[in-house]
Design a protein around this ligand. Sequence first.
Ligand code: ADP
Length: 261
Amino acid sequence: IEVTGAPIFSEDRKWKGVVLVFHDISDLKQLEQMRKDFVANVSHELKTPITSIRGFSETLLDGAMKDEKMLEQFLGIILKESGRLQSLIQDLLELSKLEREDFLLNIEKVGVQRLLKDLLPIVRQHAEQKEVELHLFVEGDTFIQGDSSRLKQVFMNLLTNAINYTGGEGEVLLEFREEEDSVVISVSDNGVGIPQEEISRIFERFYRVDKARSRNSGGTGLGLAIVKHIVEAHHGTIRVESVVGQGTTFYVELPKEFTEN
Ligand code: ADP
């Protein structure tokens, strides 16, 4: 709380009292703190791969290059770490685009079934690598008004997560249900699950339940923040149900008609 004060005098210049104004600046402070945390997080996330890229290049130049096995192994690490930097920067640019005041969706008529079906070939290879089975249950088509490339991004992110946090004979299900004024699309997996007390935090930038697992699978920690932005820009909602050790379902509800603000 910020307090400012001023004395008050009567007409004959006698001191009568003081006016105190209490300003609740907790929201502002909180915002400022969030901004600081974000900058610190970004710096940290950028630093880790760069440190590793520098370290391995130096070791190679110091002589390790002569050993063919080491050469191959270290170059592999350098490639992977620079890939991580690239995804991080891509996601950061994406988030800042979505957060701009003048950001506009490209609204068109979108067939939900077509949209979801188009995604499957793209994620199938990833699923096969992780030994995860993918199933799509969609009957009939429903059209909604939305930005199809942004919506694809939403379901790509959710599917990629479902595959990454499942693995090893897991199953991922993509379904959609039509309601009167909306459609509900769900992505379920039978993977590691999310502890109840952390569910509300996973949409925060860089929040991860298991840092090592997220990094290993190439996650940036920004995927769900991007997803939430896009869904809310469509005036939709996203919710999560999860049981640790059993699996997770993300439900995205999107209105059929798009209304401007
Ligand atoms: P990341 O790049 O780390 O996957 P996200 O923003 O996409 O970042 O997700 C944030 C965190 O939420 C993940 O690190 C993970 O801990 C958790 N999470 C997301 N999806 C799932 C899922 N399907 N199953 C279990 N945990 C998940």
